[in-house]
Ligand binder design. Structure first.
Ligand SMILES: [Zn+2]
Ligand SMILES: [Zn+2]
Length: 764
């Protein structure tokens, strides 16, 4: 058999994930001679053997790469045989490795877990144990290429034993940049506010009902025993967070199953390398204190993702509250001194360590809907992995929205979304937005010359974008961005219909949009229909759904509406009602809105489910929680085709809900009917639009589609009606995903050299 030579190039996440040792072992197995090398684009392999052996080796390489590797592209090229007599790992070429993708943080692997639980292992109970298959990545990386010296592990020179592991190509820790052991790595300290230091991981304090601030991977958590009502209530009181649900961490999957229903897909998501918080349905009698998640039937649950987290548990501690440690909506605390000063009224003890967190990163939040993963907050474990685009695009920065901000930077066919940055109207979050952009530029070695932004003139990101000198600026309507985001992640380039159910977004006519039907391609979306406008009496109404309810009642029913308001909105003071009437009559300090979120708010308040909103979407979430999903009857609605865009009137819905209230129909039934009515209404509109446009592809996006019931009902109906339906699985359906849509629209605008229908397109 003749010996041939091939040069094989592999691109993607292939460095720092044990790829070379894997190639090394495989080469031995298949009798391949040559070498493997970390190169500027990824990994290069020189393989000499018979044609058949190389083919088998190549196949094995692609079929079964290390768990954390992500192969994006691969090539092989015939070369001249050089006659190597063995296979070896070649030293890296000089030069940058900036095309190599940086890995997100990865939850602890089984091998490392075994080591920290094994009393005879030198890493027994060592909280910073990691290897090439697991451990910190994005949160500790300060610069590329990804070498220890450019991470926050540079402060910890390896001991000789760790160094040996690091240098051994056959070892699991070969070139594991954050490699550490008790002798040379970071250490934890458990202390109180006075500076008294205690041994261990705080088990006895948890059992006394104390609250401990724990420094984790991407920031601090506030932690207490979730089974102790006194501790949970104290945490809620001290954090001044009356309703927003707390996430929990369970010792293992069996404990999760004790408290929640867990499908195989949900178990897989809980145990996936990202280890996100997964929203699960609670078992009815779970004995957990009601303070954990007031008013809702779900629980946000995660499994321990670092060695330190595993060590927080023992035989008696099985479920801990793990809520992010921040003050109101400010960024997650990452710094020891900041934790001591800002959390002193909240935490009793501090479990801290001396490894710096460089990139702040919240826990990701996800759910399984219809057997598929949906991500509601994309951060730790997912960032900075890119989302593939349908084609190569110029370097564009999409600077995102205001709440749940992320930005998005493109390079080639890849779109890199930042970690969730939160509400950037808050000073701290805005600062993070400002310094994270250059970090991504450095990490990706790009300098965007095009910036896409939301049309809302008051958004911080919009103001920032407009102030950038020398960049091409492309304004993108908020809900166009939602639709384009979903098209981008589904690699859709053809025209489509879309329905966007959302809270708030600045419309092209200056109204607040939020229940919109579009048709077209990303840069050419036409508004085909929308919810009939309703005056929104002041910004405060978003926090006070009774005001929205009042506006609907008064606008739809006049004086009769006032009687209903008196009867069903008892928490809305009479004086405020009088002011509201004047406000609505004179259209003073009101703005027109077609928001689906506000419709949910209004109905939720009328039904007495939620009258005060403390976190975004609360009224809708609580209504979904009590809605009876088996309901079959719907309310009326009006589909007005006399005007363009078409209008959807909801008078019938309000009449129906009032009828239910008068007749004493259970709230669960009314809430169920409301959900079903919306699904039927959307189906009817989309069928009409299909008739008119011939388009059969439907895009679902917008924050309201986090409502699993509404999503399920609608998707079922649309699929049943023969539509092809696409929705979000890689980026959030809420405003955390719009930065992707912004860059997609901007790329189409640039490509087609059109002036953007969606907003303004102008050069500086
Ligand atoms: Zn490991
Ligand atoms: Zn060591």
């Amino acid at each position: 058999m003749e010996t041939v030579a091939r040069e094989i190039r592999i691109e993607g996440v292939v460095q720092g994930v044990g790829f070379r040792p894997f190639v090394f072992r495989l080469a031995h197995e298949y009798g391949i001679k040559g070498w493997v090398l970390n190169s500027s684009e990824g990994v290069t392999i020189w393989a000499e053997a018979t044609e058949e052996r190389i083919a088998a080796f190549y196949e094995a390489l692609l079929a079964n790469p290390p768990k954390l590797a992500m192969i994006v592209r691969h090539y092989q090229t015939p070369r001249q045989v050089q006659g190597f007599d063995h296979f070896f790992i070649k030293h890296s070429e000089a030069g940058d490795r900036r095309d190599v993708l940086i890995s997100p943080d990865v939850s602890i692997c089984d091998d490392c877990y075994r080591e920290i639980m094994d009393p005879s292992d030198r890493r027994y109970r060592y909280p910073f144990t990691n290897c090439t298959n697991c451990g910190p990545r994005f949160t500790i990386i300060m610069d590329v290429p990804y070498d220890r010296i450019k991470t926050t592990m540079r402060d910890f020179p390896m001991c000789p034993v760790c160094q040996q592991e690091f240098d051994d190509p056959m070892h699991r820790r070969f070139h594991a940049q954050p490699n550490a052991c008790p002798d040379c790595g970071p250490q934890v300290t458990l202390r109180d506010l006075e500076g008294n230091v205690y041994p261990g991981f705080g088990h006895e304090f948890f059992k006394e009902g104390k609250i401990i601030a724990v420094k984790g991977l991407g920031g601090f958590h506030l932690v207490c025993d979730a089974t102790r009502r006194d501790a949970v209530a104290a945490l809620r009181r001290r954090k001044i967070r009356e309703f927003k649900p707390f996430a929990v961490m369970c010792r293992d999957l069996d404990v999760v199953k004790k408290y929640c229903y867990v499908s195989p897909e949900e178990a897989a998501l809980l145990e996936s390398p990202a280890h996100p918080i997964v929203i699960l349905d609670r078992r009815r009698q779970d004995d957990l204190p009601p303070e954990i998640a007031p008013g809702i039937k779900t629980l946000g649950v995660m499994l321990p993702y670092t060695p330190l987290h595993h060590l927080l548990f023992d035989d008696d501690l099985e479920i801990l509250i793990m809520t992010s440690a921040n003050i109101s909506d400010d960024p997650l605390i990452i710094d020891n001194d900041e934790a001591l000063s800002k959390l002193k009224g909240i935490a009793d003890y501090f479990l801290m360590h001396n490894r710096q967190i460089y990139n702040r990163c919240d826990d990701s939040l996800a759910a399984v809907v219809n057997g598929e993963v949906q991500i509601y907050r994309r951060a730790r474990g997912y960032v900075p992995l890119p989302v593939d685009l349908p084609y190569d695009v110029p370097v564009i920065l999409g600077c995102g929205g205001e709440l749940k901000n992320t930005f998005c930077m493109t390079k080639g066919k890849s779109a890199f979304l930042s970690q969730h940055l939160g509400d950037i109207n808050h000073y701290g979050n805005y600062q993070q937005f400002l310094y994270t952009i250059p970090r991504f530029e450095k990490m990706l070695d790009v300098k965007p010359e095009i910036v896409a932004y939301d049309l809302h003139p008051d958004y911080m990101a919009t103001r920032w974008a407009k102030n950038q000198d020398g960049m091409t600026k492309i304004g993108v309507q908020h809900h166009h961005a939602h639709m384009a985001s979903c098209m981008a992640e589904n690699l859709v380039t053809e025209p489509a219909l879309g329905v966007i159910c959302d809270g708030t977004g600045y419309g092209l006519d200056g109204a607040i949009w939020g229940f919109e039907f579009f048709a077209g391609t990303p840069a050419h979306l036409e508004r085909m229909a929308h919810l009939a406008y309703m005056p929104l009496p002041g910004e405060i109404t978003i926090k006070r759904p009774t005001r929205m309810s009042f506006a609907y009642l008064y606008e739809l029913f006049g004086d009769a509406g006032l009687k209903y308001a008196k009867k069903y909105l008892p928490t809305l003071p009479e004086e405020e009602q009088r002011v509201l009437i004047r406000q609505l009559e004179n259209r003073f300090n009101t703005v027109l809105t077609s928001s689906a979120g506000r419709l949910f708010d209004g109905i939720s308040a009328l039904l007495g489910i939620c009258t005060r909103v403390q976190y975004e979407g609360q009224a809708a979430i609580e209504m979904e929680a009590i809605a009876d999903p088996e309901v079959r009857e719907i309310y009326g609605f009006e589909f007005n085709k006399q005007v363009k865009p078409y209008r959807l009137g909801v008078r019938g819905i309000w009449e129906g809900v009032l009828r239910d209230l008068e007749s004493g129909t259970p709230t669960a039934v009314s809430a169920g009917r409301f959900h079903l009515t919306l699904a039927v209404m959307m189906e009817e509109v989309l069928k009409e639009l299909r008739e008119e446009t011939g388009l059969n592809l439907v895009v679902l996006s917008g924050g309201v589609f986090q409502n699993k019931l509404l999503f399920r009902l609608l998707r079922e109906r649309l699929t049943g009606a023969g539509f092809r339906v696409i929705y979000h699985r890689k980026v959030p359906t809420n405003d955390g995903g719009i930065s992707l849509g912004q860059v997609y629209i901007a790329s189409e605008v640039i490509k087609e050299n059109v002036s953007c229908h969606t907003g303004q397109n102008y050069e500086d």
